[in-house]
Structures are given as C-alpha cells and as structure tokens.
Design a protein around this ligand. Structure first.
Ligand code: ADP
Length: 296
C-alpha cells in the first residue's frame, strides 16, 4: 500500500463556545496530536496489517519530528517522506465545542510543496494499491494516479471539482455526502440513500464508488448497481478520522482481493471503532480489534 498525502500537526483546544470575529474566548488545556488525512490513512492501513509506505512532506521543525515519530511508531516505510526547509510543517488549528462541533483552520505548509518530482524513486509504479486524498497539490495527485499501475483509491477530501482524466484513472472513489455534491455539481448534499445513488450515477466517468454517509453507513455504487451497507452500530464519541479509517480499511481489503461490497462491510467496522474512540490517529483500530467484531 502506498499513500501519497498530507501530514499535519493537530493543535486541539476545547471551548465552551466558538469565538465570533474579533472576539477572544478562553479555552481549556490544548493538546497536540499527529494528523492530516494522508498520514491518518497510512496509519489506518498499517494498523490493519498492510505493508505501508507514505509519500509526503513535513517541515524541519518540532511538528515535523512529531509526525515522523508517529508514522515510524506504526511501522510505516518513510523513504518517500521529504523534510523540506522552505516551509513549516502542516498545521491544523482545531477548536472543539462542548457537543464535539469543531471549527478548523488548516495551514498546509510543507504539504503544499509536495511535487510531482517527489514521486520519483518511491516505487509508485510497482505499488499494489495507491491511496490518495486532496490535501496536497492537485497536480501531484493527478501525477500519482497516472503513474500508478495498481489499484487507485481516491478520497476526494477536501472537495474540489476534479478533472475528468483524474476521475477516469480512479478505480474506486470514496467521497462523503458533501464531497459527492461538489463533484457532481449539485447545490445540496444528498439527503437520502437514493439521492446519493442518483448523484453517484450522474458521475458516470467513475464505475466504482463508495459514498460514506456518517451514521447512515455507506452506499456502494458499482457499474450502476446500488448496495447500502449500514453503519456498524456504536455509541459515537468522536467521529474525527472515521472517514480516514474507512478509506484505509476499504483499500486494504481491496488490495487483499475482497470485492467492493465485502470491502465496505469490513471498512464500516474499522470506521465505527474509530468513531467510538476519541482522537484521530489514537482512535484507529488494529486488525485484531476489527477481527473481534468481524471475523474474517
Ligand atoms: P467523513 O468523516 O469523511 O465525513 P463520514 O462521516 O461519512 O465520513 O463517516 C465515514 C464512515 O464512518 C461512515 O461510512 C460509517 O461507516 C462510519 N461512521 C461515521 N459516523 C458513525 C457513527 N456515528 N456510528 C457508526 N459508524 C459511523
């Protein structure tokens, strides 16, 4: 598994209420954790037992060292991770309200410098599966998809309209509701499973898609055939990285030869376990934990 994407230091501050423009509010103690969709998805894959490589950039700073330590701790192969001296590490400032509602500012920093050239020597051509998101420059994502010879899974987050060549090279697209609406040029997010399936069908350049619907689970649309995969029922405490857990698990299952519906049924367990636990990378489950719920 090769993941090309972002790594961010998450700085999280709990607040009683979110500040208005021009206002200062006093928050609780902050904590710092490793995050970023790319790094989270790499950790998700590695914990599920896939031999995983990560291609990205961090700055030559304290946040960068935290990010490298976190990836190393999960046994991720980092020869494609570049420490860049022209930008600080990516940073996400996350303010979390009492109901878990959050406001986030992301400063991409080094992630914005990840270039097509950074793919050289990473072995991307030989990877069995390549997992991509959109927190690094779009040109780099396009180059990664076109150089990959294995399975290409794209989580189009954060959403932007995508060139049709990139969609055409994507084997499996994994948007959430809002991302699907942006890709399909719809004004509103799909409100039901049927609406999600209709929007997915309108993007006819992609044959295989899994739309994640939070607590409503996911919809698999494969060559026009629709299958609803309900969420695995848990008491959700923090859904941060549930989507990353889902994308990682789906990709690992596909790499191991599962069909798309079976892969989504396995991924829903990994995602639910991540939603049940607090934090981004700390909440991502191991293979044994998923197997306890969903024996192979
Ligand atoms: P994102 O976090 O990327 O917006 P979603 O909110 O759609 O993604 O969640 C991704 C997946 O995580 C869902 O398809 C579902 O399987 C799982 N999930 C999310 N929220 C819950 C929940 N409350 N209970 C169980 N599973 C959940």
């Amino acid at each position: 598994m090769l993941v090309v994407g972002s790594a961010n230091a998450d700085i999280v501050v709990p607040v009683e209420r979110h500040p208005r423009v021009g206002e200062t509010v006093i928050g609780g103690d902050h904590y710092r954790a490793a995050g970023g969709k790319g790094a989270n998805q790499a950790v998700a894959c590695a914990r599920l037992g896939a031999r995983t490589r990560f291609v990205g950039r961090v700055g030559d700073d304290d946040h960068g060292r935290l990010l490298i330590d976190a990836l190393t701790h999960d046994g991720i192969e980092l020869s494609g991770l570049r420490v860049t001296d022209d930008a600080p590490s990516g940073l996400a400032l996350i303010v979390v309200g009492p109901d878990g509602d959050n406001s986030i500012v992301v400063s991409p920093g080094a992630n914005a410098r990840l270039s097509r050239g950074d793919l050289d020597g990473t072995g991307i051509e030989g990877a069995g599966a390549v997992l991509l998101q959109l927190e690094v420059p779009l040109g780099t994502v396009e180059a990664a998809a076109s150089r990959a010879r294995g399975l290409v899974v794209l989580n189009p987050a954060p959403a932007v309209p995508l060139p049709s060549a990139l969609l055409a090279r994507t084997d499996v697209l994994v948007p959430n509701r809002g991302e699907l609406a942006v890709l399909a040029g719809a004004n509103d997010e799909p409100a039901s499973i049927d609406e999600a399936a209709d929007l997915a069908r309108s993007l006819d350049v992609v044959d295989r898609m899994v739309i994640t619907l939070g607590a409503d689970g996911a919809v698999v649309v494969e060559h026009g055939t629709v299958t609803h995969v309900p969420a695995h029922s848990v008491v959700a405490r923090d859904t941060t990285a549930a989507g990353d857990a889902f994308c990682g698990a789906l990709s690992v299952a596909l790499l191991e030869g599962a069909d798309l519906v079976a892969a989504a049924r396995w991924a829903r367990v990994g995602a639910a376990l991540a939603a049940e636990r607090v934090g981004a990378q700390p909440s991502l489950p191991t293979r044994d934990e998923v197997a306890e719920v969903a024996p192979a």
